[in-house]
Design a protein around this ligand. Sequence first.
Ligand SMILES: *[C@@H]1O[C@H](CO)[C@@H](O)[C@H](O)[C@H]1NC(C)=O
Ligand SMILES: *[C@@H]1O[C@H](CO)[C@@H](O)[C@H](O)[C@H]1NC(C)=O
Ligand SMILES: *[C@@H]1O[C@H](CO)[C@@H](O)[C@H](O)[C@H]1NC(C)=O
Ligand SMILES: *[C@@H]1O[C@H](CO)[C@@H](O)[C@H](O)[C@H]1NC(C)=O
Length: 890
Amino acid sequence: MAVRSNFVWLTLALSFFDLTCNASPVRQRAAVPDGFYAAPYYPTPYGGWEDSWKDSYAKAQALVGKMTLAEKTNITGGSGMFMGNSGSAYRVGFPQLCLQDGALGVGNTDHNTAFPAGITTGATFDKDLIYARAVAIGKEFRGKGAHVFLGPMVGPLGRKPLGGRNWEGFGADPVLQGIAGALTIKGVQEQGVIATIKHLIGNEQEMYRMYNPFQAGYSSNIDDRTLHELYLWPFADGVHAGVGAAMTSYNAVNGSAASQNAYLINNLLKDELGFQGFVMSDWLSHISGVASALAGLDMSMPGDTQIPLFGNSPFKFHLTEAVLNGSVPVDRLNDMATRIVAAWYQFGQDKNFPAVNFHSYVSSEKGLLYPGALPVSPIGKVNWFVDVQADHGSVARQVAQDAITLLKNDDNFLPLSTKSSLRIFGSDARVDPDGPNACGNRACNKGTLGMGWGSGVANYPYFDDPITAIKKRVENVKLYDSDDFPHTLTPSPTDDDIAIVFINSAAGENSLTVEGNHGDRDNDKFSAWHNGDNLVQKAAENYKNVIVVVHTVGPLILEPWIDLPSVKAVLFAHLPGQEAGESLANVLFGDVSPSGHLPYSITKKENDLPDSVTKLVKEIIGQPQDTYSEGLYIDYRWLNKQGIKPRYAFGHGLSYTTFNYTDAHIKIVNALSSALPPARQPKPSVAILSTEIPPASDAYEPAGFSKVWRYIYSWLSKSDADKAYAVGTSSSSKSGSQTYPYPEGYSSVQKPGVPAGGGQGGNPALFDTILELDVTVQNTGSRHKGKASVQAYIQFPTDSGYDTPIIQLRDFAKTKELGTGESETVTLRLRRKDLSVWDTQKQNWVAPGALGANGKSKRYIVWLGEGSDKLFTRCFSDTLVCERGVEPPV
Ligand SMILES: *[C@@H]1O[C@H](CO)[C@@H](O)[C@H](O)[C@H]1NC(C)=O
Ligand SMILES: *[C@@H]1O[C@H](CO)[C@@H](O)[C@H](O)[C@H]1NC(C)=O
Ligand SMILES: *[C@@H]1O[C@H](CO)[C@@H](O)[C@H](O)[C@H]1NC(C)=O
Ligand SMILES: *[C@@H]1O[C@H](CO)[C@@H](O)[C@H](O)[C@H]1NC(C)=O
């Protein structure tokens, strides 16, 4: 039961228009810029050839082989908006699957944990914590009986700093997203829950993302190399981790809607990345039946057409018809169904999987079984209130705490003594007085910002707010509970008072608008909400020492106050989820040192970044065009190329203590003996089920079946089934002159597989470790414990022949908490892919530094640092020398 209740008003409005205007699907469309095209790629590669999935496919094929046509088409689609779950094939033992939001915890239920958001998790730069959070999330989904976790979200990547959903992902870098996404998949799937990597691809802004009867969703126009090296990169890591499901995005790519973009799904995802699971549409993004099935879509969610709640669907009974009439080949439907059933077996869901024990749209014990069938839905028990929290609050608190990023700490002003006299400003310091869940889908900003809004949220079981945690430790505290600076301050400020100002910036899904922000931060932009920058300025005028705490979805411009002499310290606490209080207090009062790092850069001004990423595309008529003209140069890649110093660079984060990084070593684990990876193995052929069009009787609606109103079924009436069967089996279609207008370039012959493919995530050789580095980190401070996160950035050979960003993150490793004087050696690894560029001519990954025919290799430099602008050691791939104290390239 995925929650998309936020669409209700939008979709009801659209349905009204539809009834009066009888609109055809897509009318207007502005031209996609020259050079961008969505090439055909058919047919959909069969799943099941990859070793680690073979057993599951064998079982799945046996089960699907027993299914009737209507059962196969039943499981490839949802049962309708607010009806919950996909269709079943109970007769053969296949249940309805519960597919559930959100990326930070089980959505729309109770007794669950509201974990810190993805962006917060990314800011920990801590692989163990990222994984621990995922394990806990997976346990909670399983405990609630949810088969499919609709996360992790690695797209949007964070190309546009104002983009509405960046906070659901892990940060504006493909490697940070790739590592965090893969660890999340691993942790969740080890609990027997299917993870869903999303959104494929180019959903970098919220506004204008959706197709509606009057306008096409915007087109993300992305060149091939940029797609591979930035946006597809984390998807490759996710597929390599064995992800069971993928979700397409709302927008178009190169002019073709992502849910029916054959090049994207058939070629990039299923062939090149060798994805073995199933592909679903995002809720109500599915706009065609046959075309999307041919393009590789396997599941329609929530099953409806763009105008929901009419019992109409692009798949389900229409897919049944399309198979009978010969438009969708039987082998495609078999592959769709088999992919879904195989994922179910792959994660052991055929054995002891708990029954769904909650309802997304009803919070009481009893209620409508099918709210979409209002007012005629039967009523029954829908909630069992299963408590799945266990001790996950402590994992959540650890993530929230270790993400807190100290940007500035003049004169080592932090940590504070608990004897301090504290004056707290800003409504963000305390929980929403109406309760943390007062606004549905968290679509308001009225208290400590623990998460953004939209479908990527969960209900708070409780909310530990900063003011409560601070008051637990400090006696002399006064909260000025307003975002306006008070006219009179009582008691009046003294030099001993310390002001802590809480400000925030929210964002979310476009289906809901909050304070003029349409999902994206189009209204408040890079400023703190509620005039927060002014609140800081006023506090800085009145108090000698000011600390600023920022809860935010992404970067803000801090220039209005960052250099004011009284602004001593700034903490970015990101989006902490339910554990906002103790996690912050632990840092403020020095129980722990801050150890978070920025998962994006903070620039001094908006136009330090190119317009193509800071501006949101808009179009009244026609398809908005979002062209990725900056190519590889987003965030720090752009700033470094332009020589622009940000206020705080990607990866920046201070500690209360200091670290020394010594004894760095680099070694070759596997030789990079050729620029191209070794040729892939040929794709093994897979057994397939019969491709005969099944008998029409397979699709007949059973006599006397009592249907739920508006529920989406897969059966046809006898006459429709017979008619379709007659078309499909007529001699003209048998001889190949089908009446369905197959897309240009359509073919039904399985391809051998592209050179860059060969395993999950691509050619397996791409994932071979080539270089391994280690470095000893010592806590050289004398007072505080602390954790350090070492980041490895690659600098490509200067004479590589490819234009590459100066440095790019490739791995990171965090130490345990080190006492004063204590040290730990951390290891970082670079894979063949990390040393490669995507060559658009060769359509393959090329490592330009590899041993050439002349017997020489070119030099890669691996920089180690504690921020993209704090690189302290460089190591050479050729001489295997590491040196300190050299001038970094940025
Ligand atoms: C988009 O068009 C570019 C050509 O500019 C092409 O290289 C790329 O592969 C296309 N991407 C998709 C997903 O079709
Ligand atoms: C499709 O799924 C629904 C929901 O589980 C079920 O009521 C219906 O019988 C299924 N149809 C077929 C053909 O099995
Ligand atoms: C077959 O059925 C599908 C789904 O209803 C429809 O889109 C398609 O046009 C039909 N094809 C023929 C040849 O009737
Ligand atoms: C860090 O280690 C290096 C090499 O051992 C040493 O020269 C330097 O003094 C150390 N720095 C600090 C701050 O301890």
